[in-house]
Design a protein around this ligand. Sequence first.
Ligand code: COA
Length: 163
Amino acid sequence: MPAEIRISPLAGAAEAEACARMMADSEPWRTLGRDADASLRIIADPAREVYVGEDDGGLAGFVILCLVGAFVGYIQTVCVAPGRRGAGLGSRLVAFAEERIRQVSPNVFLCVSSFNPAAQRLYERLGYEYVGELRDYLIPGASELLFRKSSGPWKTFRPLETR
Ligand SMILES: CC(C)(COP(=O)(O)OP(=O)(O)OC[C@H]1O[C@@H](n2cnc3c(N)ncnc32)[C@H](O)[C@@H]1OP(=O)(O)O)[C@@H](O)C(=O)NCCC(=O)NCCS
């Protein structure tokens, strides 16, 4: 049975700090050298939207979106609490992010580190198409792989209505 979570906008400093700690303690961000302070700066950036997934056990995961800029509709981060991975929560957070992005763009973009093949497989399974490689983008010797999921060209795009 798919795991159920409630997804809502990030609320408050304590939740932001919990997300930043979860991110900083996890791969791929450990290898990328993104500590809790750097993670918190991203989470607190007003240009981002952050949504948290919670269940009776508390914070289960979160997703960070960027809905402005050259690649409108960018899923910057998806993170599920280590003990809860592999139970469908990540797919659920991505589906939520896609629905939010389809209110403003036909394209959903994301990047995956070259040393994170499990996440690459997950995104491919969810319908993401590999676009290209950004070599030595965040750290030397590793690439960020750009993926896109499109519902069609901008020309025919009709925003998904807000529920
Ligand atoms: C990637 C991540 C968000 C997926 O969330 P999830 O709840 O584990 O994903 P789901 O249960 O919906 O799907 C499971 C799939 O995710 C993949 N996956 C990626 N990293 C995983 C991990 N650390 N643990 C378990 N599954 C992982 C598995 O390959 C699995 O696919 P499979 O069923 O074909 O084996 C989550 O594992 C995570 O937070 N990983 C660490 C951070 C990360 O890599 N984020 C993505 C950065 S772009």
